[in-house]
Design a protein around this ligand. Sequence first.
Ligand code: 7TS
Length: 403
Amino acid sequence: MAPSLDISGDFPILARQVNGHPLTYLDSAATTQKPRVVIDAIRHYYERCNANVHRAAHALAEEATAAMEDARAKVAALIGAGDAQELIFTRGTTEGINLVAACLTGRFGPGDEVLITEMEHHSNIVPWQLLCQRTGAALTACRVTPTGEIDLEDFHAKLGPRTKLLAIGHVSNALGTVNPVAEMIDAAHRQGALVLIDGAQAVQHLDVDVGRLGCDFYAFSAHKLFGPTGIGALYGKAALLEELPPYQGGGEMIEHVSIEHTTYNQLPYKFEAGTPNIAGAIGFGAAVDYLGGLPLHALREREASLVNQAISHLKQIPGVQMVGEFRERVSVVSFLVDGGHPHDFGTLLDQQGIAVRTGHHCAMPLMERLGIPGTIRASFALYNSATDVERLVAGVEKAIEFV
Ligand code: 7TS
């Protein structure tokens, strides 16, 4: 028998009502809901083996350490990292990118460039601005086309011998565009640049293999992958991580400390100062296990067909304009409705129990390039169903009657 594609029952929150209506959760690009197994894993850790990791010689500390390192191995395997020492636990994508920007600072100076795109989330813009302010390097962004894709001609024109780092999103959070990162990584490496991929929106929807991609860094967050908030991961090539200075100083990241001098711990601990988010890491591992037990291929196909259905139905509603038209898309449907601000529609949909995000989606330069103040964004995950599409479409039609 084919496995059931309805996994919504695994997510307790999806059974609740909002504003007197069944919850229609279409804001998974902001954060996904959590399956019971993730919630249980965190609860189990606190109830059964809470202790600090990597230090004490007692049983609880050993269990906690083993559980956390087990989670690291699972997360590393999820993205095809060859070795768990290349997988640094962070607070999330934002911290992963800031870590790289902090640790690469010494490699930049006047005349060097960081190349990004106009499509980036603010987390993949502002850390590079700060790096440029510290070092005198310049930040350059390649253009986005009016249809919402990276302008590859402009990319190849802006990429050059001055480019020391290319930092790009794998998938746009505002539009859902899947970017041709493999081609861009190869081109950047030919110029001698390092490459960081912001994978926040990619890991749930695509098979990511950092070994095959060949990127130098890959940052993502657990909470967009059915895991808890406050934990994420940064992959970095071991040889590169070995060369970089540490990020923060403190316990755990050291090998030996005297008042005059410190030697650092081995990878990945050199980049993990202080007591880590142990429960978060364990929850992250449980999310990866959960994902591994799903019929992922079939679920992703169904999600893609729901996204297509949503687009084709919304397009037919008079006054609705879709934002972004491209070949490769995952999860996100961004649109505008004539005669109303996106925020008004967000409120009118919420009154019907439909959760979407409205506004600039932390991608203000993209909105500026597209000449719009923001969008209404419905974002899908593996637990959404055709009913969610029907409710969204009916909800938008009803909201239009009000404005
Ligand atoms: N990069 C991308 C592409 C993102 O979509 C996000 C979060 C981040 C970085 C930052 O991730 P964090 O976990 O460190 O916060 N994106 C969104 C969003 O689209 N709506 O809310 C958060």
